[in-house]
Structure formats: structure tokens, C-alpha cells
Write a protein that binds this ligand. Structure first.
Ligand code: F6P
Length: 320
């Protein structure tokens, strides 16, 4: 192993820069050269890269986003795109590629691994926390804290106006962000795609709360449950309570990474470079029960990470 490449791919996540920094510096400590491809798979297909050195990653550990930029590349879903990328890996003598991204990026890496002798290692970085093989992804803790801070502010106006707020958080089709954010803001109700909640049950719960003297409420909804504005109108009609909907949006993707996200970035990147330098076949690094470990790339792509529904039950018990 002499040269490795880095791509940051898919939705950006706070901590990606800390991971780039750690890959570059651990690689350097092993006399490995590093090339950073621009804009995710796009850069690999167009052969757009720059050397990444221990000095060129100075002062980025605290920065959100990714200095290598990223993209969602439909071209890469085609055989032709994969082949272009594989050719550029060969042409640049890239022995191993660190793919910093989420499950979509890992599925791309799996397809690429079938066309190249370069080894792939996945470094899970996504605010959705939906990667199989790790309890937590880089950026999740930061997104949770960003959402919690926003919702604490929304709670102030909900109490002042005695309103119910539906706060929509990201998470694509999964409820990891909503369940952790909901529990930690003391939400009255948490809505996730993995556990459908009928409107009638929400209305009943709000009526019970109102009977107990609760004049306001926070409902945290994963974006994957559907049209939250429509749901808000329906609940307002059924309860007579003023309901407002707040979509937190892209602020959840940005911001300076928390210490936790930086820690995971450093640990995961270190493990990734170790696996590549040991010549280990196509893995995804991760944290399992507090241990840094790794899972086969194919296994990670083929399995869906289960959502721990006990968080919802706990939030329910705590919102009495
Ligand atoms: O995967 C991260 C994420 O922020 C999801 O939570 C969200 O559904 C999606 O990306 C938004 O995608 P885009 O950046 O393409 O709008």
C-alpha cells in the first residue's frame, strides 16, 4: 500500500473535515501518500483531485461541511461512470480509497469495488445515523445538538402562545434523528416512519394533555413520515388548538462539529487507514457497544439498521 484516495460523498455532515484531517495524518505517519478527489464520485470520474498533506489539513477540525466538497452523482449509478472511476483509480495508482459518507455512498463503493483492485473502506458520516454496522455516525451528535437548540427556542414561543408545534427534522426515510432529538427536547409526541402513529392517537394524546392543564406541546416528526403541514392542519381542525409547523431544514447539516463528532471522525479515520494499510478487503468502520470495529462493505449495504423503538417508549413515559 503506497497511495490512498479520499472522497466525501452524498449529504455533507459536520465532522467530515475532521475525518479528512485524520486520514491524511495517519496515512502520513505510515508513509502513505493521499489524494483528495473533489465533489465525491464526480471528482473520481473526472479525475479531479489534489494532494492532501498533513499541512493542508491544518485548521479544519472545527469546520462543518467538507473542504473536498461533495455531490450526489447520478452518473456514478451507471456502469460507464463506475468504469471511469475505476480507470482513474488505476491510472493514479490508488491502492485504497477512504469513502467518507452514508449508506448511499457505500452502495456506490460496493459497485466500484467490483471493477477495481483498489480496496474500499467506508467511514460513516451522515446526520441520518442510518448506516448498518455502527451505533453512531460522524455528524449525528452535531445535528442532534443543532436541532435541540432550535427546538428549545421553539418551545419558548409554543409556551408563550399556548400552541402545539410540529417540528420536522431530517433523517431521510429513517427516524434516528427524530427519536433522539424528540427524547432530548422532552417532546410530547415523536413521529417516525418505522412506527406509524395514527392521527386519532395524536389528537387523543393532545386532548389528554390539555385535560391535565398542558397548554402547549412539541411534536417532533421525522421528514420521512410524510406531509407535516397537512398533518398540522388536520390536528388543528380536530383539536381546536393552534398548531404551527416548523421545518428545521439544512441548518441540521451544518455547523462546527461537536467534540463527539470530532472524536468519532478521528477514531473512524484511524481505523480506516489501519485497515487499508493491512490490506483488509472492503470494510465499513464503526462503533459497536463502545468499541471501534468494522463490518463487511457488502453486509453493511445489504442490511437495514434497526431503530431502537424503546427511545420512543421512554419519551412517551417521560412526557406525562
Ligand atoms: O442524508 C442527509 C440528508 O440531509 C437527509 O437527512 C435529507 O433527507 C437529505 O440529505 C437531503 O438531501 P439533499 O441535500 O440532496 O437535499
Amino acid at each position: 500500500m503506497r497511495r490512498i484516495g479520499i472522497v466525501t460523498s452524498g449529504g455533507d455532515a459536520p465532522g467530515m473535515n475532521a475525518a479528512i484531517r485524520a486520514v491524511a495524518r495517519i496515512a502520513y505517519s505510515k508513509n502513505l501518500e493521499v489524494l483528495g478527489f473533489e465533489r465525491g464520485w464526480e471528482g473520481l470520474m473526472t479525475n479531479t483531485f489534489r494532494p492532501v498533506t498533513p499541512r493542508s489539513v491544518s485548521g479544519i477540525i472545527q469546520l462543518g461541511g467538507t473542504i473536498l466538497h461533495t455531490s450526489r452523482s447520478p452518473q456514478f449509478k451507471k456502469k460507464e461512470g463506475i468504469r471511469k472511476a475505476a480507470n482513474n483509480l488505476a491510472m493514479n495508482k490508488i491502492d485504497g480509497l477512504a469513502v467518507i459518507g452514508g449508506d448511499g455512498s457505500f452502495k456506490g463503493a460496493l459497485e466500484l469495488s467490483k471493477e477495481t483492485s483498489s480496496l474500499m473502506v467506508g467511514v460513516p458520516a451522515t446526520i441520518d445515523n442510518d448506516v448498518f454496522g455502527t451505533d453512531e455516525t460522524i455528524g449525528f451528535d452535531t445535528a442532534v445538538n443543532t436541532a435541540v437548540a432550535e427546538i428549545d427556542r421553539i418551545r419558548d414561543t409554543a409556551i408563550s402562545h399556548e400552541r402545539v408545534f410540529i417540528v420536522e427534522v431530517m433523517g431521510r426515510t429513517r427516524g434516528f434523528l427524530a427519536s433522539t432529538v424528540g427524547l432530548t427536547v422532552g417532546a410530547e409526541i415523536i413521529l417516525v416512519p418505522e412506527a406509524k402513529t395514527e392521527k386519532e392517537r395524536i389528537v387523543k394524546r393532545l386532548a389528554e394533555n390539555s385535560a391535565k392543564g398542558k397548554r402547549s406541546g412539541i411534536i417532533v416528526a421525522a421528514e420521512g413520515i410524510g406531509d407535516t403541514r397537512k398533518l398540522g392542519r388536520e390536528i388543528e381542525k380536530s383539536t381546536g388548538t393552534e398548531v404551527r409547523v416548523s421545518v428545521l431544514g439544512y441548518a441540521q447539516r451544518g455547523g462546527s462539529p461537536t467534540a463527539r463528532s470530532r472524536l468519532l471522525a478521528s477514531l473512524f479515520a484511524n481505523e480506516a487507514v489501519n485497515l487499508l494499510s493491512e490490506g483488509r478487503e472492503n470494510r465499513v468502520v464503526g462503533l459497536q457497544k463502545g468499541e471501534v470495529t468494522s463490518t463487511g462493505l457488502e453486509k453493511s449495504c445489504e442490511n437495514e439498521k434497526p431503530l431502537d423503538l424503546s427511545l420512543l417508549r421512554l419519551a412517551d413515559a417521560l412526557s406525562i
